[in-house]
Design a protein around this ligand. Sequence first.
Ligand code: BES
Ligand code: ZN
Length: 874
Amino acid sequence: MDPYRLPRNVVPTRYDLRLEPDLQTFTFAGEETVTLAVREATREILLNAVELSIERAEIAEGSGRTLSAAVALDEASERCRLTFAEPIAPGTWRLRLVFRGTLNDKLHGFYRSTYKDAAGRAHTLAATQFEATDARRAFPCWDEPALKAVFASTLVIDPALVALSNTAVTQERVEKGRKVVRFADTIPMSTYLVAFVVGELEATEAVSVGGTPLRVVCTPGKQRLAAFGQAIGAYSLKLYEDYYGQPYPGDKLDLVAIPDFAAGAMENLGAITFRETALLVDESAATHAELERVADVVAHENAHMWFGDLVTMSWWNGLWLNEAFATFLEMVAVDAWKPEWQRWTTFGVSRSAALLVDGLHSTRPIEYPVAAPKDADAMFDVLTYEKGASVLRMMEQYLGADVFRAGVRFYLERHKFANTETGDLWSALGEASRQPIPAIMDGWVFRAGYPLVSARLDAHKPDAPAKDLHKPDAPAKERGCELVLTQQRFTYLPQPPAGEKPSADAGTEWQVPLQVRVTAGGQDSVRRLLLKEREARLPLPAGFEAVLVNEGGHGFYRVYYAPDLLLRLLGRLDALAAIERFNLVNDAWAAVLAGLMPLTDYLDLTARFRGERDKNVWAVLTGSFASLNRIIDDADRPRLEALVRDRVGPVVAALGWEPKPGEDEVTRQLRGDLLRALGVLGNVPGVQARAAEVYAAHQSDPSAVDANVWAAVIAILGHAADERRHDDFLGRFKSAKTPQEEQRYLYAVAACRVPALVEQTLRRTLNGEFRTQDAPFVVRTLLSSVHGRAAAWRFVQEKWDEMNRQYPATGLRRMCEGVTGLATPEWEGQVHRFFAERKIDLGGKTLRQYLEQLRIAVALREREGANLRRYLAK
Ligand code: BES
Ligand code: ZN
């Protein structure tokens, strides 16, 4: 039997739960009565519990007969075994448990969070975070998503505090000096969605969204930061009721900001919890990126109220049914709310993050077996979220948005209050579209990787057998009239690295929905086809000028153009949409990493983008320069800085330091991004000096400067900082008035290059000065920065155990991603030895993926380092 799954002979239908947290002693007392359906007679009941002490357990039948149980808790398996002296007969039983636990500081289960008020006084609140498998830390339960039940909760608290849970309060009374708050019954739902928050909380006025009261809840004094989050909350809730064709499944909705929070936010039905940066923001002082972050996260969690909460995956292998849909609908809602943000273009950045990991031999299919809790946690990655959302978007575009939505509505209607498998979604989409959905979709969801679609011109005749991706033929000469498209799996490394097996289904094809735009005689035409075979041929019209393969940019694949086709596209960049230019550069850079395109060709290509005005295209360009910065020798760095100056300079000169009247928000963000690229990666003294002037002039009134520029100024000065500036920023981090301001100064402090100050910053990641929700991300930033990585890597090796004790598990895992920036052969060896000797398991395939990314970076250095130096010396 699977040691991580509970037997189904006894299942819960209802929890009557009473919890009494004590914010002084950081403990809680609990009591619950679980209504059970016993399906087969048994003398033993298994359920989940960990870090709880169970003081009493007894079970009662309808008749009132009561049996007490012997309790055995096994911390390793996170289970509790109840044994009875005589068999429990099939039927309905009520299990009563009395228990105690600790309000821990690891940001999971029932935990404590601390914050200081404006006067500097410390306060504590209690909150929960149960996904994936931590409800069992707060109360003994059947902690699996398929075991849905009704929750009827009561919180017993200090009368000065406020208590929140998933549903509205039905009764509040004071008993023996304690406030007893009772909440309405929930819908049948999974344990991981239960939530409690207790503290000195303040709520905004509720806005009514189709009858549902929607509030933002936060610690005192922060309500002035709530309006923006509440606005996107209300907008998206309304949009989803329409999109899904189902009413919101709760009786109220609170968006709750928690000062210490491991993830970004959590979709507890009716009581969504957030880290403060993801909900609270001052709209007038925030950058576009900061506002977009809040809009994204709120829209994402709201989407889960249906996808995840009303209909839930049966087990963690199907997590994408939650997360990919929430990510997809987050785009739909934000795009409808602020069309001028061009959210689907920016989604290209997310898609490309998924293409990166999915181009590894150590990738996994979107749906992937999960056993242990660690493996469930490891499922929250770019493959579940970003690849999942990308293939949904590709499918939506292929079927048509209306047909796709009809399928989604069927699915929700049919499975509401229940659990599903991926096949259930296929059936619903199949009914709506009358298309063979499994045939098209299985390859994208159940198989690892994705295709590289190669495009070349040919006069005639299909060519001979499959070629090796990493040994392409000499470029085909243009002879005339056919476009040849071939597919094969894309990987960066020609061979799996040591320890990775080659994939078993190599050579099988994907069904690739292709949209090809052909330009001939000055006219565009779009050809749609489903590429099922290895190769397809399209006849080209007379007067052929150019061809763009992934038109509209929705496909989850890469395109490799034969050199002549690429040249034709580069000659007419103006005719490409921003997402198409994005994909062109992104695929070219991937081709460099894979050894399919010489680095020097790519660097020449970047020179054609000096006039580029899309921030996402610039993100790829500057991201590739930052990668080169990690493989270049220190002595050559000034030359790379000069290249950055050459590429970025012209647009910055055109944009200037101040917004033009009537300029849109995205352009203002672009200015901020590019100033920052010039001041940090380009290390331009003039830009740093100007930033210092802006800072000095506006210290007392930052509102005189555009927020995007102001945030860039702080980042640039952080990079250029001496000790005085560093200390100033550290002080401003501590006294920041908004979560965004706090983050800007925190990362500016981490950007400082002075070695002694880098050491100080590292110490602060473990001495309590930085929150444990942020500290691992600061370490990650230092690991991947050229000025911090040597010190950070030493620090991680030395302090690993302490980090493991202090940081939430998700943070520790994400921190390790920073090792991918340790791009020298020596470091690579050290990294392998460290993780092997310590026997560190990050869950799933996470560590193997980081190691393969590191291999790719080191291989790039070995293959292209000398060429890069020569190119820059020219
Ligand atoms: N369900 C997740 C929260 C979560 C993440 C729980 C990881 C357990 C482990 C939530 O819906 C989510 O996806 N949050 C994202 C933000 C979102 C906008 C992508 C997060 O926390 O990063
Ligand atoms: Zn989510």
